[in-house]
Write a protein that binds this ligand. Structure first.
Ligand code: AMP
Ligand code: MG
Length: 280
């Protein structure tokens, strides 16, 4: 596998102002085509599986993966193709929809805080608390002073999670408008995918620029070393899957996790329950 760190390549450096038009949605740095990437994808997925098992066994820290992106940017695909390989014991997905009446009766972080991973767990957020500075901002669901204050609250909240041993990786799946339309059309034609289509998906396209601006602010204001954002070129599904799995693998490897020490004296156990019995 190529040695360049994907974390370094795609991470939004804390404090940097992101300008999305400068980032290609169909870039595939380091790889010419899917064929060339196949081996690395398989390798990453295997390592991911092993590392998740180690995280679960170690039971010390947790991993929170946030997936954000416009409709058809591939959030569901990443869950299926990349994270679907993890052991369901110790792994969970939470999707954030339009808030229910009960959720809407609380502060915007209430439903999110309840869903964060406990020690040893991996949790994937399909959308997240960022919707409250994205869709909510674009559609003016709350006044500007309210959503403006949320960036600080989000940073504070994510610091709290980090201090408690939660590693966060936040992925923005960056697609272009033509690719989105292509995917909508495919959904329309595929009997297995039609159910996903709503007219709202098409209507949202008129807010494209407003969404890009809202994303730029979220990425620029809320990327920290504890909870970094990554901008993933997502027009090519195979590259998106490769990039995300590599970044998760690189991050988990950097934790230098250790198998927990057995709680018992193994020699004693061997002697008492195996050798004595097996030799008798
Ligand atoms: P989907 O991910 O396609 O199932 O759609 C979920 C919908 O819920 C999207 O249109 C989101 O924008 C919307 N949504 C998620 N969180 C919020 C929120 N906090 N306020 C308003 N709409 C939201
Ligand atoms: Mg949708």
């Amino acid at each position: 596998m190529a040695m360049t760190s994907f974390i370094q390549r795609f991470k939004v450096r804390p404090g940097k102002n992101i300008h999305l038009p400068e980032i290609d949605t169909d870039a595939t740095p380091g790889y010419k085509n899917k064929q060339e990437a196949k081996g690395d994808i398989a390798d990453c997925v295997q390592r991911l599986r092993d590392l998740q098992y180690l995280l679960y066994a170690e039971n010390k820290r947790s991993l929170l993966i946030v997936l954000q992106g416009l409709d058809a940017s591939g959030k569901d695909g990443v869950i299926r193709h990349v994270l679907g390989y993890m052991n369901p014991q110790g792994c969970r997905v939470t999707s954030f929809k339009v808030p229910t009446a009960e959720e809407a009766a609380h502060d915007f972080l209430w439903r999110v805080h309840k869903a964060v991973p406990g020690r040893g767990e991996v949790v994937i957020f399909n959308r997240s608390h960022y919707e409250d500075v994205l869709v909510v901002r674009v559609h003016k669901m709350v006044p500007k002073p309210v959503w403006e204050r949320r960036y600080d609250k989000i940073n504070e909240f994510e610091r709290l999670l980090a201090d408690n041993g939660t590693h966060m990786l936040k992925f923005f799946l960056h697609i272009g408008p033509e690719e989105q339309l292509r995917r909508f059309r495919k959904r329309l034609e595929n009997p297995r995918k039609r159910w996903k289509i709503s007219e709202a998906d098409y209507r949202e396209r008129q807010y494209w620029d407003a969404y890009q601006n809202a994303y730029e602010d979220a990425l620029s204001r809320c990327s920290s070393d504890d909870a970094p954002w990554f901008v993933i070129p997502a027009d090519k599904k195979w590259f998106r899957n490769l990039a995300i799995s590599r970044i998760v693998v690189e991050s988990l490897e950097s934790l230098k996790m250790q198998w927990p020490k057995p709680q018992v004296d193994l020699d004693l156990i061997r002697l008492k329950y195996h050798e004595a019995v097996e030799n008798s």
